[in-house]
Design a protein around this ligand. Sequence first.
Ligand SMILES: Nc1ncnc2c1ncn2[C@@H]1O[C@H](COP(=O)(O)OP(=O)(O)OP(=O)(O)O)[C@@H](O)[C@H]1O
Ligand SMILES: [Mg+2]
Length: 347
Amino acid sequence: MRRRSARTCFPRAHLRRSISSSATPPVISPLRGSPCFRKVHAGAKKCARRNETGPSPSRQFQVSRTQKPFFSGSEAFQVLQPEKPRQPRIIAIANQKGGVGKTTTAINLGAALAKAGHEVLLIDLDPQGNASTGLGLAPEARRLTTYDVLIEGAPIRNAIRDTAQERLRVVPATVDLSSADLELVGKERRSFLLRSAIRPSQLAELGVDYVLIDCPPSLSLLTVNAMVAAHSILVPLQSEFFALEGLSQLMLTVREVRQTANPDLRIEGVLLTMHDARNRLAQQVEADARETLGELVFTTVIPRNVRVSEAPSYALPVLDYDPGSKGAMAYASLADELRRNHTRLAA
Ligand SMILES: Nc1ncnc2c1ncn2[C@@H]1O[C@H](COP(=O)(O)OP(=O)(O)OP(=O)(O)O)[C@@H](O)[C@H]1O
Ligand SMILES: [Mg+2]
């Protein structure tokens, strides 16, 4: 078989179309100025021409792959004076594909942002409750959960639990949430329940800087609730053969949510996870993703690292379990990249 076959497994043109059509203004206005938007948008040439007169303001913030992260290794654990986002950022971590690193990213990105001095709230929106378990919340300690918040209308502040990690709090989930999809069907404004639970005023009251939502592996009503409530979506993508398959479906859902409920929803970025740089297929997947999605792909790549997979069994983020590991440093670098992107967007 020719080596190109790994590339052709993904209908790239289709994905480009789904992103670009979903990006048609005014629906995707938050992405309009960004280079990634210019790359994928069908009217890109016009847009680029408009910018020929001067440097793109976002260019100066671009990171080269060799550039050192703002903090790394042991520095990652000093509490820096954080540059607070102007308003709490709500980021849904979503991919309907299972086992791609959504929960691992929610826990470790949350921990890295908290270590950088931010107040982080992780909402576990997956009935598997893996994020809650990974942060050390035993099932019996989960008295009020996302189920109570969404279905019973419990105030979110009553469901929030502290974790062993300073500044990282969690709204836990249990298997109860698995019936939520069915129960939500009869509810009025069923896609808006999470959004109503985390209004900006409530988040301001809680002093939260970042909300991370760990979504289930489906495009169910729970995931739609996350998309309707969020400012952006972070999409973990496992560096494997079928990695890009299913992305078009996800992007179409994003587009639908933009058109019907949340016009400002943007793609925070696509994160390559469990990456083995020595593996030729992983290299191919990375090249494909960068070629297809351009700067939507985070510069930071999360390596496959056994310390990352061991950490949840000690109920710790990898940043506490093994701060010097490659996995811990990659998540610290991701937090840094994310914060810089937000600074850029706010400018
Ligand atoms: N960088 C990594 N290195 C090694 N193992 C990893 C890494 N990231 C995740 N894993 C492991 O891969 C498995 C799946 O990860 P995770 O549970 O985060 O995926 P998920 O997308 O949340 O899954 P689901 O769709 O079931 O919710 C877990 O066993 C996790 O420990
Ligand atoms: Mg998960």
